[in-house]
Design a protein around this ligand. Sequence first.
Ligand code: UT7
Length: 323
Amino acid sequence: MSHYLPDYVLTNEELSTMVDTNDEWITTRTGIKERHILKDDHAGSSQLAIPAVRDLLQKTGTAPDEVELLICATSSPDYTWPSTACVIADAVDIRKAMCYDILSACTGFLYCLQQAQAFIKSGIYKKIIICSAEKCTSFVNYKDRTTCTLFGDGGTAALIEPSEEFGVEIAKIHADGAGHEHLIRYCGGSANVPSHEAVDKGLQYIFQDGKYVFKNAVNFMTGAVSEVMEEGQLTLDDIDWICTHQANKRIIDAVRQHLNAPEEKVICNIEHVGNTSSASIPIALHEAALEGKIKKGDRLLLAAFGSGFTWGSVYLSWGDCKI
Ligand code: UT7
């Protein structure tokens, strides 16, 4: 597994010079202190995943032509087409694999895991790379204090291979489009083609109905973790680590409280990374593995929620992961 964060760190102090906000508000309402930003306007999300994929290939001793499938979760693709997966594959010399993007916002990593395991279990593919590539800040309006404090950029890559012992055990992944207008970029796709008028109205930026999204994030994530716990007849003793999408520390706390879990079981890096959409869970997992927290054989409960609405929860055992 691998992850990449761009060098530039945007602190709450710097944000406070750009918009009417302050460190105290951001910290108490979100838990975020700083986020990494890809400053280059001409570098897309692929540039955040490419270093992670290169590192992954190198440390797992995988040759590019062994890779049979590359799936990229992204809500901030380089282009509408081609897929960001194709751009990444080209950069690392993967020439024959099936490559495609998944647009399921902050739940993207869980969608990728579910698809990768379906391909592995069916025997169709044996070497799959799942990436997340998120330059979320390309859609952030730095005049809108209700969203600009939240998002950061990052990329990840993980190699998924067949295993008798490790991997996804239970996955409950959902979507309900009824919530789609509450967290949306109105302009950029085919529904609202880019125009001077649209840009003047700021429709290219992320719009979020924060309170509504917050409530739904808590309800849907707690619902999904309950589904997983019930199906597996799991207790807290069956879980070594809980890692949820890093959108807001108060949402992470609500999921933890729902599970009656102690803080020590929770993986949280929101303070220095912010919300990196589909990259948030894999960045948090990889950092925790690098810190020596997550070890081979550990059992993890993951949960995510995002635009769509999409949401889900996954229970897995952590394999022989080259970190
Ligand atoms: O990743 C996808 C899923 N996304 C999420 O899960 C995010 C869910 N939503 C949230 O995390 C929270 O709703 C926010 C962090 C976006 C907002 O927090 P909140 O506690 O819901 O604040 P609010 O929107 O109710 O605003 C409370 C007050 C308002 O002022 P008034 O009307 O009470 O005077 C806002 O104008 O805080 C004000 N405010 C700010 N003040 C300083 C909003 N943003 C800021 C800010 N700095 N950055």
